[in-house]
Design a protein around this ligand. Sequence first.
Ligand code: PLP
Length: 285
Amino acid sequence: MANLAWINGRFCELDDAKIGVQDRGFLFGDGVYDVAKIYNGKPFRLPAHIERLQKSCGAISIELPYSAEEILVIVKKLMTESECSDGFVYMQVTRGCAPRDHFYPEGVTPTFLIYVVAIGRPASKDTVIPADCITLPDERWMNCHIKSINLLPNTMAIQKAKKAGAGEAILYRPDGIITEGTRTNIFAVIDGTVLTHPESNLILTGITRNIALEIFNKSHITALEKPVKLEDLSRATEIWTTSTGMEITPVRKVDGRIINENVPGPVCSYLIEEFWKIVERECWN
Ligand code: PLP
């Protein structure tokens, strides 16, 4: 089946979806987005993704003229029509089309695009592929909690990672604090405690990150929202990334140094097991 889209009230094939060249998303990167994963024909934690999209819109003063309930209905229709079993729901809102001017235009309807894309190979706990990472300076802006479509620093960093033969870049601020990856949140186990950067303007509060924290909170494993310094990474016995797209990904090497020989390590293995139990519970019943 073709990938289907919905744009400002109209359903169409993704390739036929159109925006005006004066769209502020196109001209200024003036927009936000969110992505949810589809497992077994069901979107996983879609309400949380819609809520984050609404928050991102609010943070840049875009009034989204659709309620969460209306968005859920649109996504359901796209998924049914496209017969998508495993894939993604992509949602993007821009300020809309207006003559180019830096000021926010008034009385403009936002451009709202939603589409569903299938992925060929369903993800599961058996398809976990470890990643090697490099570390790079975090060159992004100070509003990383907004899921902005301005992703140039992220794409530049991941491109550097790719060139270095790695799958992700772990970003650090000038004070040496590790924030997150280019498209993932980062967790490290140091002295037996799981650590991840606290919720702040320096990171995106990942939906998968929050699920991981919920899992640890219900377990015997201590997990803290506490910044990790670059220099402390050498003491990490386990590192992994979390994201909607790649779920829980164990990290094998950072800057060429092996973190642990057998990935996933014990804490990450526990997390992977528990995470997939949640996915199964929510999407297979
Ligand atoms: N951090 C950044 C910069 C991201 O782009 C993403 C996902 O796109 C994440 C973290 C992980 O967030 P989530 O788990 O909600 O996908």
